[in-house]
Design a protein around this ligand. Sequence first.
Ligand SMILES: *Cc1c(COP(=O)(O)O)cnc(C)c1O
Length: 369
Amino acid sequence: MSKTTETILEINLTALGNNYRYLKSKLNDDTKFLGVVKAFAYGSDAIVVAKELEVLGIDYFAVAYVSEGVNLRNAGIKTPILVLHPQLENFETLIDRCLEPSLYSGRALNHFIKIATEKKQSNYPVHLKFNTGLNRLGFHEREVDKIFSVLNTTTSIKVASIFSHLAVSEDLKEKDFSETQINLFTSISSNLSTKINQQPKLHMCNTSGLLNFPEAQFDMVRCGIGLYGFSNITKEQKNFTPVATLKTVISQIHHINGGESVGYNRSFKSTSPIITATLPIGHADGISRSYGNGKGWVWIHGKKAPIIGNVCMDMLMIEITTIDCKEGDEVIVFGAENSIENLTDNINSISYELLTAISQRVKRVITKK
Ligand SMILES: *Cc1c(COP(=O)(O)O)cnc(C)c1O
């Protein structure tokens, strides 16, 4: 491993492949695998990740917005791409770039049919999303008949899949709730499939859905966080390897006397002489101010150094009094050995949030190891 000389996010494609194969080992032979690569592939690098997964034989990708799908197409990705939350004004671009919309409301469905018809499409693949309890996006069960009659008016689109999303798949204390969602989805999808006399693909599970409810994998699963090395389930975590490691370096070391303060607003005041280090990473790089004042830490030569004072835009300060280190030494913020989840747990956040917050200013470095 080369030593870093600046702040970088290292992306380990070997770990990605291992996580992919582990998730795939949970699938029945005919279950398809959709890799979720929204938000720069959870803060890593969507193009690099999608290219690697395409080589590994993934069946489908999903992104949240049309612009994310366009970026993948511009990079030469050929695999089908489901756009989970397309905005109506981007439907034309979506069709131009062979992206497939999730349609989740009468308004979206009608508008998509209008655009697809204007663009002289026939059987354009769309994915109908049903709300089964998350109450975020999706048609209601009672809209099935209305959807059926709208579908009957057009040959511009065809239903490639019917799907829904679990609200609390990682938490087995809420198993009953998840099972109610799964049952409702089964009933809605069979009702609609019978009406349209076709068998669209069905899918419901995200990563923790697949791990906790493998019997609900239907025809496809939609995994995001698991690909990037997190299961959300303690007993499963050993089977995953985090893909991203955030590294930085020590810019400068200071010897602080008792009674001095460190950083903006003087929020840290030393009561005895200490040694501090300043790092070239701040809230503009994605390290929230919430990690300041001892709530977060970094690792230097395997030792934990707390963040002191307020996190600045481009820098943060840590205490290194008992750590043997020097200017230019490597610092790990999180990685395979220093779990991001310990950091995020401490401020009531989750891996998803810190991963996707790492800003585009941080250089991505791709490795295989
Ligand atoms: C983000 C997302 C996923 C992926 O969930 P993970 O928990 O990251 O596996 C799946 N489905 C939908 C609808 C999503 O928005």
